[in-house]
Design a protein around this ligand. Structure first.
Ligand code: ADP
Length: 665
C-alpha cells in the first residue's frame, strides 16, 4: 500500500487525530514560552534587587569611610604639627589629589608641605625702613644715575638684615639693567635668589629674582636659557615651593607658562596643577568658614562638595578651640581611595559606582552610560554629600541563560513533536491496515456467498428436474448424476477449504508427517484436476522426470496447495488453456513449479497476494471470482512443511509459482 493511501481512509479521523495530538503540543509550547518570560522577568527583578542592595552596601561603606576620616580629623584637631604632617603623608600615599589644611589664628597651613599652591592669607612681613633707602632711591629716580644708584644700593646690600639686603640687591640689579650691564644684573639676581623666601616687596626674594632673570634673558635674546629657567620656575610654583596669595601664584604661573609655551613640556604639570589649584580653592573657602566661625557663625564640623574651576572638591572639617582641621580631596583621591574599594566589595555582580553633585555633575566614578540598569541613592538616603549612582555592568548573564533555556525548550518540543508525529504515523498506518482488513473481510464474505451460490443453484435445478421427472432418458440421467456429483464435490471442497482456512487462522491446523512419494502425489492431484477442468478445454502438462523423490508431509494439505495453484492457473488464464506443472530436484530440495500464460501479477501486488483476503486488481477487473484465501493457504501449508513459495511474473504474460520443499534423504 502506498504511503499516500494510508491517509486516504476517514479524513475526519486524521483531522481529529491531528487536532488532539497537536493541540497539547501547541498549548505546552505556549505555556513553556510564558514560563520562560516569567522567569526572565523574575531574574530581572532579582538583578534589580541585588543592585539595590549593592547600592545600599556601597552607600553604607562610603558613609563609614567618611565618618572614619572625620574621626581622624577630630583627633588631628588637637594633634601636634608633626602628627598632622605624618597623617597627611599617609593619606596622600596613594594619591596626591588630597591635602589636610589647618587653620589657626596665625594663618593657614597645608599638609603634606608644598601641596597647597596658594594661601588665602599670609603673615605680614614688615617692609625695610624707607629712610635707609632714601638716598639710593633719590639717585636712581631723581638724578637718574644708574651707576651711582647701583653703588648706593650695593652699600646697603651689606646689611645684616636679610630684608634690607634683599631690597638692596633688587635695587642693584634694577640699576645695572638700566645701565645696560646685563651680566652684572643677572649675577645680582642670582645673589638675590640665594636669599630664598626672604620677603621683598611682599614676595619671596628667590621667586622675584628668578622671574626677573627669565625676563632679562628673554630681553637679550637668550631664549633657551630663559625657557630653561622658566621651566624650573614653573615646576617650583606647581610644587608649592612658596607661600603665595592667589593673585601672585596666578601671575607668576602665567608668566612662566607663557615663556614656556612653545616647548609644551608643561602639559603633565598643567593637569596636576589644575587639580591642586582646585584644592587650594577649597582651602580658601574653608578659610572663610573658619573666619565665620570666629564671628560665631557657621558650623564647627561639616561636609561639603564644592565646584571649583570645573572640578568638584570634597571638604570635611572638624574644629577644636583655636583650630580647625580639614580634609580637601579631589576626584582622583575619591576614586582611588574609596570608590575602587567599594566597587570590589559589592559582591558578585559587576557594579560601578559614581558620585554626582547636587546639579547632577559627575564628581567621581564612571558615568552609568551603557549600563544594564542603575540605582540612585540621594544624599537624604545615604547621608553622603553626593548622589550615589550604582550601575550594573554584568555582561547580561540572564539573557544568555534565557537563550540556553529557550534552546532546551525548543529541543524538548522538537523531541515531543517527533514522538507525536511518529506515534501518529504508526497509529495511522495500523488504523488504515485495520480498515483495509475490514474491507477485505467484507469483500470475502461477499465472494464466499457468491462461490456458494453457483453450485447451490446447480444442485437446486437438478433436484427440481429429478423431482418433476423431466429426465428424458438414461444417458441424460447419467449426465445429470455426473453434474450432481461434480457440483457436490465442488461444494464440499469449498466448505472444506473454508474449514481448513478457519483452522489455519485459529492456529489449530496440524500437519501430519507421512512419508510421501512426490511423483504419485503430484500425478494423482494433476489427474483429478485435469478431470475437473477437461470439460472447459484446459490441459495440464506435467513434467516429472525424476522418480523416487520423497518428502514427509500431510498428503491432504499438500494436495490442496497444488490444487489451489492449479485452480489459479486455470482461473487466471482465460486465453491460454494450458497450465504447466514441473517437478524437479535441486540438491536436497524439491521444486514444484506451476506455470501459466495468463493475466500475470503486477509487480507491486506480488508480495501482497499471499496475504489473506488480498485479491489482485487485474483479477477483479477481469471479473474472475475468488475469495482471496487460496494463496494464503498455500503459503501456510508450505511453511508448515518447512518450505517456501515464491512467485515470478516476468515481462511477458503469465506467472510461475514455485513451491520449494525439503526432500527426504
Ligand atoms: P483468489 O484466487 O480467490 O482471488 P488467491 O489467494 O488464490 O485468491 O489469489 C490471490 C490473488 O492472486 C488473486 O486474486 C489474483 O489476483 C492473484 N493470482 C493468484 N494466482 C494467479 C495466477 N496464476 N495468475 C494471475 N494472478 C494470480
Amino acid at each position: 500500500m502506498s504511503p499516500g493511501a494510508w491517509f486516504q481512509p476517514p479524513r475526519h479521523l486524521l483531522a481529529s487525530f491531528l487536532v488532539f495530538a497537536l493541540a497539547p503540543v501547541v498549548a505546552l509550547g505556549w505555556l513553556g514560552w510564558r514560563l520562560l518570560e516569567q522567569e526572565r522577568a523574575l531574574e530581572r527583578q532579582r538583578a534589580r534587587e541585588s543592585l539595590q542592595s549593592s547600592a545600599d552596601r556601597i552607600g553604607a561603606t562610603l558613609a563609614r569611610q567618611l565618618t572614619e576620616v572625620e574621626g581622624r580629623l577630630s583627633a588631628l584637631a588637637v594633634a601636634s604639627e608633626r602628627q598632622i604632617e605624618s597623617a597627611a603623608s599617609d593619606l596622600g600615599n596613594h594619591s596626591d589629589d588630597v591635602l589636610i589644611v589647618v587653620m589657626s589664628p596665625g594663618g593657614i597651613d597645608g599638609y603634606p608641605t608644598g601641596r597647597l599652591l596658594y594661601y588665602p592669607v599670609l603673615p605680614s612681613a614688615p617692609d625695610p625702613p624707607a629712610e635707609a633707602f632714601a638716598q639710593a632711591t633719590a639717585i636712581e629716580f631723581r638724578r637718574k644715575d644708574p651707576a651711582g644708584a647701583a653703588a648706593a644700593y650695593r652699600k646697603l646690600a651689606g646689611s645684616p638684615e636679610p630684608a634690607v639686603r634683599a631690597a638692596a640687591l633688587l635695587g642693584v640689579a634694577r640699576s645695572l639693567r638700566k645701565a645696560r650691564n646685563v651680566t652684572g644684573a643677572l649675577a645680582t639676581y642670582e645673589d638675590l635668589a640665594r636669599l630664598g623666601p626672604t620677603p621683598v616687596s611682599g614676595l619671596p626674594a628667590d621667586l622675584l629674582a628668578r622671574e626677573e632673570r627669565c625676563a632679562l634673558l628673554a630681553e637679550v635674546d637668550r631664549l633657551p636659557d630663559s625657557r630653561r629657567e622658566a621651566a624650573a620656575l614653573y615646576a617650583d610654583l606647581q610644587g608649592g615651593r612658596w607661600r603665595l596669595r592667589r593673585a601672585a601664584y596666578r601671575f607668576y604661573t602665567q608668566e612662566a607658562r607663557a615663556r614656556l609655551a612653545p616647548s609644551g613640556d608643561a602639559g603633565a604639570l598643567d593637569a596636576r596643577a589644575r587639580e591642586q589649584v582646585a584644592l587650594a580653592g577649597g582651602a580658601e573657602s574653608l578659610w572663610e568658614a573658619w573666619q565665620a566661625l570666629g564671628r560665631g557663625e557657621g558650623a564647627p564640623a561639616g561636609r561639603q562638595v564644592l565646584r571649583i574651576d570645573d572640578r568638584s572638591v570634597l571638604l570635611l572639617w572638624r574644629s577644636a578651640p583655636e583650630r580647625m582641621v580639614a580634609l580637601v580631596a579631589g576626584r582622583r583621591f575619591l576614586e582611588s581611595e574609596w570608590l575602587s574599594s567599594v566597587a570590589t566589595a559589592a559582591g558578585q555582580q559587576a557594579v560601578s559606582p559614581a558620585l554626582t553633585d547636587a546639579e547632577g555633575r559627575l564628581v567621581a566614578g564612571r558615568p552609568p552610560v551603557g549600563a544594564r540598569a542603575q540605582v540612585v541613592r540621594t544624599p537624604a538616603d545615604t547621608g553622603l554629600p553626593w548622589t550615589l549612582q550604582v550601575a550594573d555592568r554584568s555582561p547580561s548573564p540572564t539573557r544568555r541563560e534565557f537563550l540556553t533555556r529557550w534552546r532546551l525548550l525548543l529541543l524538548g518540543f522538537a523531541v515531543m513533536g517527533s514522538v507525536v508525529l511518529a506515534g501518529g504515523y504508526f497509529t495511522l498506518r495500523a488504523m488504515s491496515r485495520e480498515l483495509a482488513a475490514a474491507r477485505l473481510k467484507s469483500d470475502f464474505v461477499g465472494a464466499v456467498s457468491h462461490e456458494f451460490r453457483t453450485p447451490l443453484t446447480a444442485l437446486c435445478q437438478l433436484a427440481e428436474t429429478f423431482a418433476q421427472g423431466r429426465v428424458a432418458d438414461e444417458a441424460q440421467r447419467r449426465q445429470y448424476y455426473d453434474l450432481l456429483l461434480r457440483e457436490t464435490r465442488r461444494l464440499r471442497r469449498l466448505v472444506e477449504g473454508l474449514l481448513d482456512f478457519g483452522r489455519m487462522e485459529g492456529g489449530v491446523r496440524e500437519y501430519r508427517s507421512d512419508p510421501l512419494d512426490v511423483g504419485t502425489l503430484v500425478r494423482d492431484t494433476v489427474a483429478d484436476f485435469q478431470e475437473e477442468v477437461a470439460r472447459q478445454g484446459y490441459r495440464i502438462e506435467l513434467s516429472c522426470d525424476e522418480a523416487g523423490l520423497r518428502i514427509r508431509g500431510d498428503e491432504e494439505a499438500l494436495r490442496r496447495a497444488l490444487w489451489n495453484l492449479l485452480d489459479n492457473g486455470v482461473k487466471y488464464s482465460p486465453e491460454c488453456l494450458t497450465v504447466w506443472v514441473d517437478v524437479s530436484r535441486h540438491g536436497s530440495e524439491l521444486h514444484l513449479r506451476v506455470r501459466d500464460q495468463g493475466l500475470g501479477i503486477a509487480d507491486e501486488e506480488r508480495a501482497q497476494v499471499f496475504r489473506k483476503f488480498v485479491r489482485g486488481a487485474s483479477s477483479r477487473e477481469a471479473g474472475v471470482k475468488g475469495t482471496g484465501i487460496g494463496l494464503s493457504m498455500v503459503d501456510h501449508i508450505v511453511r508448515g512443511h518447512r518450505g517456501r513459495v515464491t512467485v515470478e511474473s516476468g515481462p511477458g504474460p503469465g506467472s510461475t509459482f514455485t513451491v520449494v520443499l525439503p526432500l527426504e534423504e
